[in-house]
Design a protein around this ligand. Structure first.
Ligand SMILES: NC(=O)c1ccc[n+]([C@@H]2O[C@H](COP(=O)([O-])OP(=O)(O)OC[C@H]3O[C@@H](n4cnc5c(N)ncnc54)[C@H](O)[C@@H]3O)[C@@H](O)[C@H]2O)c1
Length: 379
């Protein structure tokens, strides 16, 4: 199989998750392009060198600008904080590279639209890493909705709950700073619940009402813990939403749900049935059907691990469960297939702009305490 050289920018949390995905994908799938882990970038020389060795990259670099322009690079993978996405992705697109970018696509709509315009102008493949779409049980939920088995969809209820920053002594690192992260729980985790809603329902959010809250307003400065700095993002974001298909929904992202670590759950209720998914039990899908015999009716637990379920045939025998990291392997597999075939793949930068338009509407609705229409893509 022909190879394609990958350059990864960022070597921490997502850097490790993406490295694992690029490494694993040809071992379990048969992509038409085999990724070569060519170069990993970061700013700290010693740490990026160590990351290259540990994560299996051939080379390391401290300036992403040199790397994205290299002739031998085919794919640029952006796994850095949100304030850097636009600059890196646009430079990569202009250099003719296929671009995979972490979510949220950018820190605001203007940047996200500039990124979409750049990849479209360059005609390069692009993908947004909303990896939870690629859990087999989530794919099954979407399939059940699309098949009509749930009937007319009335509700989407998405909650993404975490508790890692509950301690007020946790330093003010980039995720608490608007100029770096764009927003807090809103862009970080509510964005996933929103993307899952759009994906599973196959419908766009048209209107929102919302509340944002910052519980811990000041945190110790990382460089001088005796002093404190202001938290400029939300700790919790809650929205009521309307979808174009008539469904109403609630979407919540909070980092202050004590006891919940990665509680990424959604439920869809339709006129004929419901589905429910929880990332903490990601191999399972709960399914209720009103078409079942009334005496034995009830939610059933489907193990989405059969070879017939998306991606599962590539892994283990049925019931031998998969985990968090597999969602990234599925993402890069589909991206490689798109690069090889020239066919588009979802979610792409257009989804990134659409998500960003909703996030911006939520932010504004929370400020003004009113229902707001989501701006159209073309504005
Ligand atoms: N898909 C998911 O489930 C998921 C989960 C977590 C984070 N994310 C997203 O991934 C991105 C990165 O988050 P993370 O949790 O990996 O953050 P992190 O803090 O763990 O890692 C950020 C990395 O970016 C590097 N970096 C920062 N600025 C840079 C620059 N100017 N040039 C080169 N390297 C730079 C840092 O050195 C570090 O290696 C964010 O957009 C975040 O929203 C996605």
């Amino acid at each position: 199989m022909p190879e394609i050289n990958v350059a990864l920018v960022g070597y921490a949390f997502m850097g490790r998750a993406h490295s694992n995905a690029w490494r694993q994908v040809p071992r379990f799938f048969s992509p038409r392009l085999v990724p070569r882990l060519k170069v990993i970038c970061g700013r700290d020389r010693a740490r990026v060198e160590k990351a290259a060795e540990q994560l299996g990259w051939e080379e390391w670099a401290t300036d992403w600008r040199e790397v994205v322009g290299r002739k031998d690079i085919g794919i640029v993978d952006v796994s850095t904080p949100g304030d850097t996405h636009a600059e890196i992705a646009i430079a990569a697109a202009r250099a003719g590279k296929a671009v995979l970018c972490e979510k949220p696509l950018a820190n605001d709509v203007r940047q996200a639209k500039a990124m979409l315009a750049a990849v479209e102008k360059a005609g390069v493949p692009h993908m947004l890493c909303h990896n939870y779409r690629r859990a087999p049980a989530v794919m099954l939920a979407r399939e059940l909705v699309a098949s009509g088995k749930l009937g007319r969809i009335r509700h989407y209820r998405g909650t993404y709950l975490q508790d890692w920053p509950v301690d007020p002594e946790l330093p003010l690192y980039w995720r608490f700073r608007r100029e770096k992260a764009g927003s807090g729980a809103l862009g970080d985790i509510l964005s996933h619940s929103l993307d899952l809603g759009r994906f599973v329902l196959g419908s766009e959010v048209t209107e929102v009402a919302a509340a944002l809250e910052t519980f811990v307003k000041r945190r110790p400065l990382p460089e001088d813990p005796a002093r404190k700095g202001r938290v400029t993002v939300d700790d919790a974001a809650l929205a009521l939403v309307r979808f174009a298909n008539g469904a109403v929904g609630s979407i919540e992202g909070t980092r202050f749900a004590t006891g919940r670590q990665n509680y990424n759950r959604f439920e869809v209720n339709g006129s004929r049935g419901s589905v429910a998914f929880n990332m903490e039990r990601m191999n399972e899908l709960e399914y209720f059907s009103r078409d079942d015999d009334v005496k034995t009716q009830g939610f059933r637990q489907i193990m989405a691990t059969e070879p017939e379920h998306a991606y599962c045939g590539a892994w283990w025998p049925a019931g031998h469960i998969i985990g968090y990291e597999h969602t990234f392997t599925h993402t890069v597999y589909d991206f490689l297939e798109a690069v090889a075939s020239g066919r588009p793949v979802k979610p792409d930068f257009e989804d990134g702009v659409r998500n960003q338009l909703v996030l911006e509407a939520i932010s504004k609705a929370a400020r003004t305490r009113r229902w707001l229409k989501v701006a159209p893509l073309s504005n």
